[in-house]
Design a protein around this ligand. Structure first.
Ligand code: SAH
Length: 645
C-alpha cells in the first residue's frame, strides 16, 4: 500500500477564508481531514474545524510533525514560502498538496513519492471532481517511483544513488534490475514500453509473474555504465562508476538458540557477525525465531524490540520434527529437540512457503547452518542459523476489500468504493469491469484482469494475496454482494477456516442493476419487489421456476438478472409465460441493457411484447405489479398515497 491516509487521522487541511474552507469541507469527511482555520473565522458557526490564534506560519511550525500530509487551499506561491524552511528531506517530509479556492485543480507540490503526495492528489482530485496536477517524471512515464516500488511488499530501502537512478529512468535509459529474491509481482504493472532489463530474465511462458526467484539465480552479465536496481538479500557492494540502488525484500529468518542470560549486546554481535561473514544484508531480516522456552529471554526480547523484529517461537515438539543438517544430542537432552536455531528458522521460513503464489520453491531454504558465537567480555553463547523463504514477509495482516463498482460509470461509484480501489495494492476482477474503472488506477498498482468464468479462482487468488499481507480489492459490477464476488470470497474464506479477522474484510456496497435499471425508467420499484436470476448454471431450473411462480403469484414487482445468454435462450420465454398466468398482458415492463454504459439501451414495453426486443447478458428486465402504470415513457408503481390500485 502506498499510504493509507484515509484510515488514520493524518491529514491537515489549511484554509484562510470561508470559500477555501468550503472547498476543504467537501473532502473533510471522506478523507478524515483536520481543517485548520485562523481564529478570525471562529464566529462563523463552523463546528468541524480547529482554530489557531497565532500566525499561519507559527501554527505550521507547531503542527508540522503531527500530520503525514498538508492540503493547502491557498495560493501556491504563499504555500512555497510557508513551507520552505520546514522541508528537510524527501524521505521524511510530509505530502504537500495545493488546491485552488474553487476546487478545480489539485497540485502535488512536494513529497510526491515517499510522502505519498501523488497518491493523495489523485484521491483528492477524484473526490472533488478536480484535475490532478502531477509533475513528476515517473508519473509521466506511467511508472511507479523506484523509491517507493517495494513499499507494498514491505521491502526495506537500502543505500544507493536514488537521484541518479531515477534520472536515468526518466531519461528512458536502460536500467538493469538484478533481483535474487522476493516477489516479482511488481513487474506485472510495468507499462509495455519500459526500459528495465531483468537479471535473471523474466520467463514469459504464461506465468502470472508473481513467483519468487530461487537463490543463486543471478547472472553476472553486466551492462556497461547502465544504472542498476538490486532487489536482494545480499549485502550491498556499491560500484564506483555505476549508479545503483538497493531494495531488500524480507526473506531471511534468523534462528537463535542461546544460553540463559545471554545479553542483547551478545545477540546483536552474533547476528551482525554472521551476516557480515556470510555477506547477507541485515535489512533483509524478516524475523527472529526460537524455541518457546526462550520467549522470556530478556536479551533476546530487548534485541527484537530495539530492531522492531517479530519474535516467533515454536514448541519443542514442532522443532523436533524438522529435519536439520546438524542435530545435537546434548541439545535434545536439555530441551527435547535436537535443534533450536536451525529448526526454528526453517519452521519460520517455510511457514511462508505454504502459498501457491510461488512457482520456484527454494529447494534448500537453510542458507546458513548453525554457528556458535561468543564475545569477549560477555557471558553466554549464541547459536545462529539463517533460512530463506520463497516469498518475502510482508508484515501487515492483509485486507480484502469487496467492492461494488455500480453499473459502470465512474460517477455511479460511491466515494468510499473509489477510495478503496485507489488504495488497494492489487485489484482483481473480470476484464470488462477492470476496463470500466481504469482511470482510477495508479502507476505501479497491480491489476489482474480475469476471464468471466473463473470466479472461484479469482476469489482464491484474492484470498491468497491478502493472506500474504497485501491489500486486495475484488471488484464486482453493481453491488458486490448481489449475484457477485462478495459471497464467493466469504464462502472460500469459510472453507479455509478463516477466523473472521485475518485477513480483514471490508465490504463496499454499489448501485445494483435493479437500481440502475429502475432509475432509467422512472420509479417501478416503489412497492414490494424481488429479484430472480434466470441463470441455471449454479441453481437448478426447478428452483428458479418455483420462485418465478411465487413472485408472480405474490404480485411482487420482479427484476430478472442474467435473463438470457448465447446458450441459455429459453428461460426468459418460460419466465414470461409464468407471469402471463397471473398478470395482464399490458403490465409495464422495462428492458434496460448496459445501464450507464456506452451502449446503454432503454425500452419501456409490456409483458405481452417484451420478447420482441433484444435481451442479453447485459440486460435487466423489470416486470411491474398489478398496479404499475405507464406515464409518457416512464414507469411508475404507486406507493399507495393516492389510493392503492
Ligand atoms: N452484482 C451485479 C449483478 C451481477 S449478475 C449487480 O448488483 O448489479 C449480472 C447481471 O446483472 C447481468 O446479466 C444483468 O442482468 C445485470 N446487470 C449488471 N450490470 C448491468 C447494467 N449496467 N445494465 C443492465 N443490467 C446489468
Amino acid at each position: 500500500m502506498i499510504t493509507n491516509f484515509s484510515d488514520s487521522k493524518s491529514i491537515a487541511g489549511i484554509a484562510t477564508n470561508l470559500s477555501s474552507y468550503n472547498t476543504l469541507n467537501s473532502i473533510c469527511q471522506p478523507l478524515n481531514l483536520d481543517i485548520w482555520l485562523p481564529n478570525t473565522l471562529s464566529s462563523n458557526n463552523i463546528n468541524n474545524a480547529l482554530f489557531y490564534d497565532s500566525s499561519l506560519k507559527e501554527n505550521l511550525v507547531d503542527i508540522w510533525h503531527k500530520y503525514n500530509a498538508f492540503v493547502f487551499c491557498l495560493a501556491t506561491g504563499a504555500v512555497v514560502r510557508l513551507i520552505a524552511d520546514l522541508l528537510e528531506n524527501k524521505a521524511t517530509d510530509p505530502a504537500i498538496l495545493v488546491i485552488d479556492e474553487q476546487g478545480k485543480y489539485v497540485i502535488s507540490l512536494a513529497g510526491g513519492h515517499q510522502g505519498g503526495a501523488d497518491f493523495l492528489t489523485r484521491l483528492v482530485a477524484e473526490h472533488l471532481g478536480a484535475i490532478p496536477i502531477l509533475t513528476g517524471s515517473s508519473n509521466a512515464n506511467n511508472l511507479m517511483g523506484i523509491d517507493i516500488m517495494g513499499n507494498s511488499y514491505n521491502w526495506l530501502k537500502g543505500e544507493g544513488n536514488w537521484t541518479e537512478v531515477s534520472a536515468a529512468i526518466s531519461r528512458q535509459e536502460t536500467v538493469q534490475v538484478i533481483q535474487d529474491c522476493g516477489s516479482i509481482l511488481w513487474r506485472n504493472s510495468l507499462p509495455e514500453n519500459h526500459n528495465f532489463n531483468f537479471t535473471p530474465p523474466l520467463n514469459k511462458g504464461g506465468l502470472r509473474g508473481d513467483q519468487a526467484l530461487s537463490k543463486g539465480g543471478i547472472r553476472e552479465d553486466k551492462f556497461e555504465n547502465c544504472s542498476q536496481i538490486y532487489i536482494t538479500y545480499k549485502k550491498a557492494n556499491l560500484a564506483e562508476n555505476t549508479p545503483q540502488v538497493y531494495w531488500y525484500p524480507r526473506v531471511l529468518w534468523v534462528g537463535i538458540g542461546c544460553e540463559r542470560g545471554s545479553s542483547k549486546t551478545l545477540i546483536d554481535f552474533a547476528i551482525k557477525h554472521i551476516f557480515e561473514t556470510q555477506n547477507l544484508a541485515m535489512e533483509a531480516i524478516a524475523s527472529i525465531a526460537t524455541i518457546d522456552i526462550k520467549a522470556d529471554e530478556v536479551g533476546l526480547l530487548e534485541f527484537c524490540q530495539e530492531n522492531n523484529y517479530p519474535l516467533l517461537t515454536f514448541d519443542a515438539e514442532t522443532l523436533s520434527k524438522i529435519e536439520v543438517p546438524n542435530p545435537s544430542k546434548i541439545v535434545n537432552q536439555e530441551v527435547n529437540t535436537p535443534s533450536v536455531a536451525e529448526a526454528a528458522c526453517l519452521a519460520a521460513a517455510t511457514n511462508l512457503n505454504k502459498f501457491n503464489i510461488v512457482r520456484e520453491t527454494i529447494s534448500n531454504p537453510l542458507l546458513v547452518s548453525k554457528q556458535i558465537v561468543k564475545m569477549e567480555g560477555e557471558k553466554g553463547a549464541v547459536t545462529v542459523a539463517v533460512a530463506q523463504s520463497d516469498l518475502e514477509y510482508v508484515k501487515s495482516n492483509g485486507k480484502l476489500s469487496l467492492i461494488g463498482i455500480g453499473p459502470g460509470n465512474l460517477n455511479q461509484i460511491t466515494p468510499a468504493a473509489k477510495t478503496a480501489i485507489m488504495e488497494a495494492d492489487v485489484i482483481i476482477g473480470y476484464s470488462l469491469y477492470i476496463d470500466l474503472i481504469k482511470p482510477l488506477f495508479y502507476p505501479g498498482q497491480i491489476v489482474e484482469s480475469w476471464p468471466i468464468t473463473k470466479e472461484k479462482e479469482r476469489a482464491q487468488r484474492a484470498i491468497e494475496l491478502a493472506q500474504w499481507g497485501l491489500n486486495v480489492g475484488v471488484i464486482s459490477s453493481g453491488d458486490c454482494g448481489i449475484y457477485a464476488m462478495g459471497g464467493l470470497v466469504f464462502e472460500e474464506l469459510a472453507e479455509q477456516n478463516w477466523d473472521g479477522k485475518q485477513p480483514s474484510v471490508q465490504v463496499f456496497p454499489g448501485i445494483s442493476a435493479l437500481q440502475s435499471a429502475s432509475s432509467r425508467v422512472g420509479a417501478p420499484l416503489m412497492h414490494d419487489f424481488c429479484t430472480v436470476s434466470l441463470s441455471d448454471l449454479l441453481t437448478p431450473w426447478e428452483v428458479i421456476e418455483k420462485r418465478l411462480n411465487a413472485a408472480a403469484m405474490g404480485d411482487f414487482i420482479t427484476v430478472f438478472y442474467n435473463p438470457k445468454s448465447k446458450t441459455r435462450t429459453q428461460q426468459i420465454y418460460i419466465a414470461r409465460d409464468i407471469f402471463l398466468q397471473y398478470r395482464d398482458g399490458n403490465t409495464p415492463v422495462a428492458i434496460v441493457t448496459s445501464a450507464y454504459r456506452e451502449n446503454e439501451q432503454i425500452r419501456v414495453t409490456t409483458l405481452e411484447k417484451m420478447l420482441d426486443f433484444p435481451i442479453d447478458m447485459l440486460t435487466t428486465v423489470i416486470i411491474g405489479n398489478r398496479s404499475t402504470k405507464n406515464y409518457q415513457n416512464w414507469i411508475i408503481t404507486p406507493r399507495g398515497y393516492l389510493g392503492f390500485e
